[in-house]
Design a protein around this ligand. Structure first.
Ligand code: NAD
Length: 477
């Protein structure tokens, strides 16, 4: 049989493509060695990962907005096609959260992460000519992703940043590195299948503090997008570069005597227990005005939550929280654990269906001051609404991240919102409702940039605003 060069080339390409697909579908992103040339975006060396993303940018910037939408839609499809597998892997690798809630987070990303529609140009026409403001990419964006939502944060960052015309390099959290490498491989595969360039998204296979530092300082990464705790936000900000920082929160709730207490109990239960309370926007402490405190405690217990009494809150705190420097931090082993796992640590057996443990503490208790990110929440008596606002504000550590208030007095709600001054304030609802998606209104993101002020991020936040002005010409009307 005679075979032409073209036919031979097609056969070879198909075989290579099938081999690559097999690599990915096996879910063994860790087991293959990611060489200097990378495997669907995964590299052994951070410098190689950055160079590949830079080279990809040279190709990507030639595509138009419609093409970007096609590639971003391919990433949304990854979120939907792999939602169960990614969610199972996240729980296995990090030991945090609940598979069913993680699946919901992937669906939210696919449906609601902001895309190219955010990049409408603005124009100004007048006697002096025409000015056009457009959103231009930075180039390669260096990203840090957290262990708490490894794949949803990564997928949402990819959708936002590719929409903005950028390419992307990640230093993923070491605790989820295998999952994160797999996510990147799947995204690149789907993008290439949709006609896009290779390596629009890259990462290093073995992320370390050193590889993060290389990414921070590399001249090619002109913008850093950092989602994580205080240490990594501080480290990135030292780099003399533009940083978009999605840092920690410690969201307080304030409930006054006019509030619908049954609604508050129901909303806080659903919101704080979601994915075992590892969301930075999930409620972390509840302040209740004294006159309705006991009634609220009964209603919160009626929602299925387990009340801890007397020394039990202290006992659990002594196991789960440690004083590091001036701050109480949660021990890694206790992050994202269910109420039943926490209860077991102090010798109590309860069903895995119990949403939260809760108990009364004072306002300076470690449970109040730490961002605990687990299924135990302190409830604190406050004398009145006014003092409650100040105590809640202090407990939030002035991160200005997220807070909520339950009251029927809209003047009080306004006062609370102004005084707390957070990126997200929710009135009469669970804090999760503040981040759009199926439960809320408005835009949605897993990168809520409180320290640097962007709040719930969208593709514009990953762009530079550029103007072109034609002086005394092109005024068409
Ligand atoms: P983490 O801070 O432990 O880790 C984040 C990443 O930073 C990891 O990749 C880690 O290796 C790296 N890192 C830590 N210190 C570093 C340093 N000095 N230099 C370079 N890299 C460093 O965070 P986590 O436990 O994975 O996530 C939880 C934290 O993230 C919580 O504080 C939570 O509130 C916050 N968070 C915020 C948002 C938001 O939108 N604002 C979203 C998710 C998580």
């Amino acid at each position: 049989m005679n075979i032409t060069d073209d036919q031979l080339q097609t056969v070879v390409q198909n075989v290579i493509k099938r081999m690559s697909t097999m690599d990915i579908s096996s879910g063994s992103a860790t087991s293959h060695s990611a060489g200097a040339t990378g495997q669907w975006g995964v590299f052994n060396n951070m410098n190689d990962a950055i160079d590949a993303a830079d080279k990809a940018f040279g190709q990507y910037c030639r595509f138009g907005l419609q093409d970007r939408k096609t590639f971003v839609d391919a990433v949304r499809k990854v979120a939907l096609d792999y939602k169960e597998e990614f969610s199972r892997m996240a729980v296995e690798q990090t030991g945090m959260g609940r598979v069913e809630h993680k699946i919901a987070k992937h669906i939210n990303v696919a449906k609601y992460a902001s895309g190219v529609e955010f990049l409408q140009p603005e124009s100004y026409s007048g006697a002096n000519g025409l000015a056009l403001d457009e959103y231009a990419p930075w180039g390669v964006i260096g990203n840090i992703s957290p262990s708490t939502h490894p794949s949803p944060t990564m997928l949402e960052n990819i959708i936002s940043q590719l929409s903005g015309g950028n390419t992307i390099v990640f230093n993923p959290h070491p605790g989820a590195k295998r999952l994160n490498a797999y996510v990147i491989q799947c995204c690149n595969k789907y993008i290439v299948d949709a006609g896009g360039p290779e390596n629009l998204v890259t990462c290093v296979a073995e992320p370390t503090l050193e590889s993060a530092q290389i990414m921070f300082e590399h001249p090619v990464t002109r913008l850093l997008s950092v989602t994580g705790g205080p240490a990594v936000v501080q480290a990135a900000m030292k780099c003399n570069k533009t940083v978009l920082a999605a840092g920690p929160g410690n969201p307080p709730v304030l409930i006054d005597e006019t509030a619908d207490l049954a609604l508050a109990a129901k909303e806080i239960t659903a919101s704080s227990s979601f994915d075992n309370n590892i969301l930075c926007i999930g409620e972390k402490q509840i302040f209740v005005v004294d006159s309705v405190f006991d009634q609220f405690m009964r209603l919160f217990e009626n929602e299925g939550n387990r009340k801890l009494i007397g020394p039990q809150m202290d006992n659990l705190a002594s196991k789960a929280l440690s004083l590091k420097g001036k701050h109480y931090l949660i021990n890694r082993d206790f992050v994202g654990k269910s109420a039943s796992v926490l209860a077991k640590a102090i010798g109590i057996n309860i069903s895995d269906n119990v949403p939260m443990l809760f108990g009364e503490t004072d306002k300076n208790h470690p449970w109040v001051l730490s961002e605990q990110m687990t299924c135990c929440i302190p409830v604190i008596r406050v004398p009145d609404f006014k003092q409650g606002v100040e105590i809640a504000r202090h407990s939030e550590h002035y991160f200005r991240h997220t807070a909520s208030v339950f009251t029927q007095d809209m003047n009080r709600a306004t006062e609370f919102s102004r005084r707390l001054d957070c990126s997200i304030v929710v009135i009469n609802g669970g804090t999760l409702r503040g981040n759009g998606g199926d439960m809320g209104q408005g835009t949605f993101s897993h990168t809520i940039a409180s320290p640097t002020g962007q709040g719930i991020t969208n593709p514009r936040d990953f762009c530079r605003r550029r103007r072109i002005m034609t002086s005394h010409a092109m005024r068409f009307v």
